[in-house]
Design a protein around this ligand. Sequence first.
Ligand code: 1PR
Length: 550
Amino acid sequence: MTTVHIIDVESGNLQSLINAIEILGFKAQIVKSADDPELAAAERLMLPGVGNFGHFLDSLTSKGFEKPVREYIASGKPIMGICVGLQSFFAGSEESPKSSGLGFLDFKLEKFDSSEKPVPAIGWNTCTPHENLFGLDPCNRYYFVHSYAAVLDSATKSALDSAGWNIATARYGSQEYIAAIAKGNIFATQFHPEKSGHAGLAILKNFIEQTHPIIKHSDHENSLLLNDYSNYGLSRRIIACLDVRTNDQGDLVVTKGDQYDVREKEEGGNVRNLGKPVEMARKYYEQGADEVTFLNITSFRDCPLKDTPMLDVLKMAAKTVFVPLTVGGGIKDIVDVDGTHVPALQVATLYFNSGADKISIGSDAVYAAEKYYERGGRGDGTSPIETISKSYGAQAVVISVDPKRVYVDGPEQTKHKTIKTKYPNEKGQEWCWYQCTIMGGRESRDLGVWELTRACEALGAGEVLLNCIDKDGSNSGYDLELIEHAKGAVSIPVIASSGAGVPQHFEEAFKKTRADACLGAGMFHRGEFTVADVKKHLLKSGYKVRMDED
Ligand code: 1PR
């Protein structure tokens, strides 16, 4: 059985890569130290990374990996870089001007232009290989998450061509950049194959087996699936969300509320039990969900942090779900059951090591934003958003917002940013603002969505999960005004959430707002529609979506 060695410079979620290699029937072996004899004996080597370029390169150097990696490459044996692993083959990056790359490609990465599109780029894009490259398929979608890229112009393209590089290109907004590169024994992808569903697993398999299968599609498939570069080139992202908690019998269950009330309506009603988290995550992956989000909606603080049941849920889900996993709930500085203070960064690290790609912060994001304004619009580097973003990158930090609509007579009646709504209340008030809450809607704060999202973006959050308590569980469609309000506030991606009841609601959100992704929960849990139903509907309506076949 082929063994794949993976260099570990403590950069992101390696567990998912290990799981992907194992499910393909190969053996994965982590290499933690540069003098590990396994490294010299390796036949297939992987260099994966997420987050900050400088952090990755500096760790590679300080751990002594640079020399053995260069020697391995000189030996002619196959190596594959992933994400920051690809970036490390370049000379440097605008992200960390003081850090040098390995310099196999003589130019530098730059930050995406955020004046025309959300940055970080998070989502599913196509790759166009110039020659056959490990079966990279222009009709497939691969998962990208990055702010910096090897942006191309015609001069760099011809220089790379003359230097013998085979490149696959992608386009985000108006910028063309390198999605994958290959030359001799070096292959690298900017996207995450281990998070790109069946299409990504196929690329890993082809690299390990060193095969380049020929890709053929019918005209019909091409017309449906080739990129039309609408939505900056990203397919419409559909997320399945699992609200998880222990029920009255002590079992960990997926539940779902109406306006956040998760108990059955009758007197003394039980917590609604809609299924088991790991099984449901897998079901949604197989239905084509582009991401799965787990929200721990109550605390499990009656057990030591390391035994938190959600960690097991993640570990098990990550074995069969090869799309990004987000976990939220309880990401904050905590005091463990034995009295130990555990910083939020350490809590987040436990989740990342268990298979999470992103963490989501709810109540603590509100506290951080409040303090940001108290300080006159500054962070102090200590909030969970700041510490986690610094270590794992902005793309790994989502803020989960739980707002309620508050009507007023006019903008002068509140200090919060208001909108004029198409839906006046029964008193005829036509203006409203969106009030943030904490603890799953239990307490309202003197902070609006506009102010919260802007502060969190400045502190280092990379994405907004925009719930809406008024719409949650209503099956009446998203609050489109809220989505546009948040999109106007920030340039990071915004995920629309709460209210989806039929596939048409997803289409409506994509048509009438700038939502970067749409999340659904109840309609999927109750089995009324599958994720595939939503995607087929969008495809029929002319939207590009990721269709992933085994
Ligand atoms: O404050 O950092 O510990 O995070 C707690 C997390 O738990 C937050 O992300 C918060 O949104 C979530 N949460 C807390 N209480 C509830 C509850 O429902 N009682 N769930 C809750 C939030 C909203 C969505 C839901 C959509 C779509 N649930 O997750 O899935 O509204 O539903 P629908 O499509 O059925 O309408 P912290």
